[in-house]
Design a protein around this ligand. Structure first.
Ligand code: PNW
Length: 462
């Protein structure tokens, strides 16, 4: 136990994403994204759910801001829906002033309440029109220009009030789940598309950052970066095969994005496995990409044990799990197969990122879905013991990484403010520190919300 504190400048709060909370798919001129279209396909989403209502936050945004305020947060991370701002998405398509006004109003309210906005430009909801027009993320020439144009509209519309920009949320998930195994929108199954899509996302990110730095950064005095997702990975056993597999898995999950962005090139093990399927950056592109993030945005939930083998090229030909050699479990099982509690892994990961990439880290998501919580009443769900235990371990690990190990971590956002639309899992899996009754839309704080308010209240220097 450490009695040290986080610095006074440390920001904490909650994260959400547009499609997971907004609802109101047709309101004020919004047009569909690939997630609206994907949810209409048979057998893609649990219980055939969709984000049509979600937590109705497009209309209940004021209530959400009051909730944030009641939790005493310093910051709020949310995403903008591209197809609200430019309904058809493209650089020659009209901007929708009503969509812009909505976000402007929300941001003004946050600022008025003393809550710092952290704004994600892209949390997976590509305008459907761009997917239909030219294949979305597969089309380098078109998508890079259209994304940069969208980013420009956002910097112009909100940049006087927003000093913290995140270009993309989790390009690993976008490329692998969207274009590799087809579990997420747009549902493609391929062993070539994910590498093209990630390449194009990295270029779109780098070009948007260049625009921000050239034309906005100075007068708006903000920072801009990307959020990558990564588990901490540990070799399953002491064999060289497991150790090598762990390094390879790390490069497939993280290095595939972090190495170009922070070091200027793709990692060697990824090149070795993918060969020609991995696109190359021209020297000009590599120079543009290298150094294109002011910070390291990290979404992390768990730790995996890694073994060599298996058929899954998308993951780097490894097998992952939570069961140790002796049969014991790494931590407490959540409602999702891939997620168990393991605080020490979080501490290791923060140290690793700070040492490997040398940029200040913002933890932009971290959270836990309690097993079986969806079957409980609101009164029962507020007693979220496993989630409180998770946050107790992870905040302790965070404090140790900062105060004892010297990792430069500047912020922490728990996932999520509210129970919400959990993608292919629909509404069955709940990550919120606030229970949502999806019939009445009543919001009820869970005990984990109280835990985090108290913990950060006590552990940030005054
Ligand atoms: C993140 N994985 O997604 C997203 O940013 C959120 O929108 C989402 O609700 C949250 O985590 C909880 O799932 C992930 O399989 C989805 O490793 C899958 C993985 C990681 C992150």
């Amino acid at each position: 136990m450490t009695s040290a504190k986080l610095p006074a400048s440390f920001v904490w709060g909650y994260a959400t994403a547009a499609y997971q909370i907004e609802g109101a798919p047709d309101k004020d001129g919004r047009e569909p994204s690939i997630w609206d279209a994907f949810c209409k396909l048979p057998d893609k989403i649990a219980d055939a759910a969709s984000g049509d209502r979600a937590t109705e936050s497009y209309d209940r945004w004021k209530e959400d801001v009051q909730l944030l305020k009641s939790y005493g947060v310093k910051a709020y991370r949310f995403s903008l829906s591209w197809s609200r701002i430019i309904p058809k998405g493209g650089r020659a398509d009209p901007v929708n002033e009503q969509g812009v006004r909505h976000y402007r109003t929300l941001i003004e309210e946050l600022v008025r309440e003393g809550i710092t906005p952290f704004v994600t430009l892209y949390h997976w909801d590509l305008p459907q029109a761009l997917d239909e027009r030219y294949g979305g993320w597969l089309n380098k020439e078109e998508i890079v220009q259209d994304f940069v144009n969208y980013a420009k509209v956002c910097f112009e519309s909100f940049g006087d009030l927003v000093q913290n920009w995140i270009t993309f949320n989790e390009p690993w998930v976008i490329s692998i789940m969207g274009y590799g195994n087809g579990i997420f929108a747009p549902g493609h199954v391929s062993n070539t598309e994910p590498w093209i899509v990630s390449h194009n996302i990295i270029l779109a990110h780098a070009n948007a950052v260049k625009l921000y730095r050239d034309d906005f950064k100075e007068k708006q005095s903000g920072q801009i970066g990307i959020t990558l997702d990564c588990h901490w990975l540990i070799p399953y056993d002491d064999t060289d095969a497991s150790k090598e597999a762990t390094l390879r898995a790390m490069e497939f999950k993280l290095g595939r994005f972090a190495d170009p962005i922070y070091k200027g090139h793709y990692p060697a093990r990824v090149k070795a496995v993918l060969g020609d399927r991995l696109p190359e950056f021209t020297p000009e592109e590599a120079a543009l990409v290298q150094g294109s993030s002011d910070f390291f945005g990290l979404n992390t939930y768990t730790t995996h044990l890694v073994q060599d083998g298996g058929e899954d090229e998308l993951g780097g030909l490894v097998k992952t799990g939570h069961t140790r050699v002796d049969g014991s479990q790494l931590g407490t099982q959540s409602d999702l197969g891939w997620l168990q509690t393991y605080g020490p892994g979080f501490r290791w990961l923060l140290n690793y990122l700070w040492k490997a990439y040398g940029k200040p880290v913002y933890v932009t998501e971290n959270g836990f879905p309690v097993k079986g919580e969806n079957a409980l009443s609101a009164e029962q769900a507020v007693d979220d013991t496993d989630r409180q235990e998770y946050f107790r371990e992870y905040t302790q690990a965070l404090l140790q990484a900062v105060a004892e190990d010297g990792a430069d971590v500047r912020g922490y956002f728990a996932w999520s403010l509210l129970d919400n639309f959990e993608w292919a899992e629909g509404y069955r899996v709940r990550f919120g520190v606030t229970h949502v009754d999806y019939e009445t839309q009543a919001r009820t704080p869970k005990k984990s919300a109280e835990f985090l308010s108290q913990w950060f209240g006590e552990h940030i220097d005054a």
